[in-house]
Design a protein. Sequence first.
Lengths: 725, 263
Amino acid sequence: MKDTFTMDCPQPRLLDETHQGVIGTGMDRPDGPQKVSGTAPYTADNPTEGVAHGALVRATVTRGRVAGIDRASIANLPGVIDVITDPRMTRNPAQGMAGEAPVQPGDAVHYHGQPIALVVAETFEAARDAAQRLKVTYTTENAAVTPENGEHEVGEPDAAGDFQRAFDSAEVQLDREYTTPSQVSAAMEPHAAIAEWKGNEVTLRAAQQMVRFNKAELADTLGIDESQVRILSPFVGGGFGSKLGLGPEAAAACIASQKLGRPVRVVMPRQTVFDCVLRRSETKQRVRLGATKDGRLTAISHDDQVSNLDGEGFAEPTSQASQFLYGADGLSFTQTVARIAATPAGSVRAPGEAVGMLAFESAVDELAQELGMDPLELRLKNIPATHPLDGRPYSVRRLADCLTGGAERFGWKDRAVKREGDWLVGMGMASAARSNMLVKSAARVRLTGDRAVVETDMTDIGTGTYAILAQITAEMLGLPPAQVEVRLGDSDLPGASGSGGSFGANSAGSATFLAAKDLRGQIAERLGCAVDDLTLQDGRARGANREVALSELVEAELTAEATIEAGETAETHFSSGFGAHFAEVAVNEWTGEVRVRRMLGVMAMGRILNEKTARSQAIGGMVWGIGGALTEEMVNDSRDGHVVTRDLANYHVAAHADVPRDMQVVFLEERDDWANPIQTKGIGELGISGAGAAVLNAIAHATGVRIYDFPATPDKVIAALEAKG
Amino acid sequence: MYSFDFARPTSVADAVAALGQEDAQALSGGQTLIPTLKQRLASPSVLVSLSAIADLKGVSAEGGTLSIGAGTTHATVAAEAGAYPALAELAGQIGDPAVRNRGTIGGSIANNDPSACYPAAALGSGATIVTNSREIAADDYFQGMFTTALEEGEIITAVRFPIPEKAAYIKFQQPASRFALVGVYVSKGAGGVRVAVTGASNDGVFRWSEAEAALAGDFSAGAVEGLAAPSGADMISDLHGSGDYRAHLVKVLTKRAVAKANG
Ligand SMILES: Cc1cc2nc3c(=O)[nH]c(=O)nc-3n(C[C@H](O)[C@H](O)[C@H](O)COP(=O)(O)OP(=O)(O)OC[C@H]3O[C@@H](n4cnc5c(N)ncnc54)[C@H](O)[C@@H]3O)c2cc1C
């Protein structure tokens, strides 16, 4: 393998000079026909000879110990094979990029709904039936289940300047508290795993986002070497963070399969997904802003309280974007984590921004109102020269262009509250920001004649990885994309970043690019020209006054593998996607219903690799924004912490009927030279960040009232309207 | 789901006999009962399907009365109850196509879910619930959340609606299930004005008598305007809306329903 390439300085924009012309186009996904025809085999779809079915038995107490499991209580049920308990079983999914086993609680119960055993049977139905009938006794302990009652760990503030002084002396002050409920990823495909042992080696088919990390997590969980583990996740039906880490269903399937000597499949029913997959924490946020009368921000503070279960290192990074969007003389951000006995919290799409920006961008909007200023102007006026906390320059930032360009397209300056019968119509906007990352990633590209194969353990969780890696390779090697095969989600292939934090395309894409670039060097050598003189297009190589078909030039396979990791540019420059969201809503003054009429997101997120899949990601994010603003709310019972909203009828994800037909996304041309050698930035999560705030600000514009407890459901809207009178 | 025996009689008499067995329960469209069994909230030892009884099916209008067999699906009512348009429209808005093609009026009325639509239509029209042994006025039939005047083993065979001069139903949908968060059924006919509310009260469907009195003299949305909304204290408070919000909606939807009934 080649040395690792570290991103220490800007790289030439090679993808702008190549000739195939496929990069950036809205090419259809190569896996699209399989997906829409139902022939793409998702984990649970794989027929497995002799497979037994497992159902997780879950705790019905909040905290305590399993005192006894009465195996006899289900022994006579037809089809039941065994009840598996094991010290290696896990309490919840690993946190993203943990690379080690999650908590293995033994007989301890830490939250209501925690997996405590696996019932294995000949059919799924028998296993589920027996898991529900199994008699379990517990000893119980008291535990706090609400953040108010939990133990509070108060963090050190991230700060610059003297916030308190700046705030106290500000000409205009705003001090508001916001709350957001827990949320779930609610991926369409429930968590699923099929495990099978051969000797002392296990193969796990699983719905996972980060195979390289999951392999290490599984080996550590089982107490075996990584070389004994193979994970296959070629198709994943949505993740949104919930499949970042190895889940309890996967650990249980492996353990049961080992004990029983036959393959075991464990698929979580939807209710189990709600109960024991990592949720997004509820938040309580306090935003304080100080400004001069003419709208210069002087003080910014965004403090938050989130929750998690003991032993989980993750804390929703609520104020992430608030720390670098606008500048002030004094800034301060303090986080408090409340320890509670409830389904643990972890990364859910756009951790931090998804809920933090609802509050922060609402506050900025309200400040504009207090100042009598256009909220667009207030934002434009406070774009800082450098990162407000550490002074780093931004890599490339088109926030102002997004704001002004979006305002122009959306008709912002003509906004006026309109009344249409019972409906009050208004417009809102918000900035969008989502910091950008590069994570260690490897890929291999093999070329034989005019056909290439890309190999990496990177996943495609519905995002379009199959498409973009084919496009990058096709562009670099001058091939029609149909001549590039992409193989993903196999832990035996070079280890990638995995899909998470919107860094997958940057990272795995860059590794693929570097491997293909290496092949360009090898081709140039064969052709006898300098690599700078090489032109590759439509399967032909040109250079040094020669033109040869690749099918002739590359008769024996050429291979290149490349690994990339972040380097000095990550220290010297701050990279983030930026954008602006605009929304027009209608609020019914009698029922409090909010209908989103149209939305526009203008985003600058580096080079766009595939116009179509990028757009899908951005629109999907904006739909999440609607959900966060208006409908999504996970409820826990305040007595024992159990999840009350355990299905998609009680946890309402914005559906087609909630989403306007007029959802526009505009990408501004951008290259981030400091980010990675393909000049891209993360895409998926920027679409959410700020989108919900635009909706909420539009409600405020339409009605003149603000809501501080999200989502803004009709009852809250009516209560606010009635309070105003 | 627990195991059970299954009977599929072809006459009402046989069904009544089958329901005489211990822990027997009637099954109609199954849109409520099957999920209930799956969640293990009920465990009858015998399920008596009413779906093969021809006498329980069909819609007929005669002399100002619309009769609907208890085993008639929501989809059939939507398509065939043209003589009573407000009722046909209500049926056409229940759940989704799968629910409408399986679920029946008898099952809905027997179940008396506090958020169901048909109870509002029956109470709001002054309908008569016909069973294998008697006739029950809607005013006497609905006795609180999931509670009715039906005796053990008694089967609804039909529901008879007097066709009013004017009627309308407005439901505010819970966005995911399309059940009524609150639904209001108003009618004006020979028996006077009726306003029946579903989805709101902890006691199930009820008549909002203040509104009926106000509308008796002046059947217009304006007549409701001056009324105070009913108290939110007895209303359902849950994930989808507070009691106060539901109370507020009762008034809003009543006005809308009256306006709609007036065309
Ligand atoms: C997704 C979904 C959405 C829905 N949305 C709505 C909605 O918007 N509005 C609405 O009103 N309803 C809604 N429903 C409920 C639906 O209308 C049901 O079909 C109805 O409540 C029950 O009718 P059924 O024929 O399915 O009865 P079943 O489920 O078969 O039976 C229900 C109960 O009635 C008893 N029963 C059935 N028939 C008789 C009879 N003839 N005599 C005596 N007892 C009997 C059964 O023993 C059982 O206790 C929805 C259901 C679902 C699943």
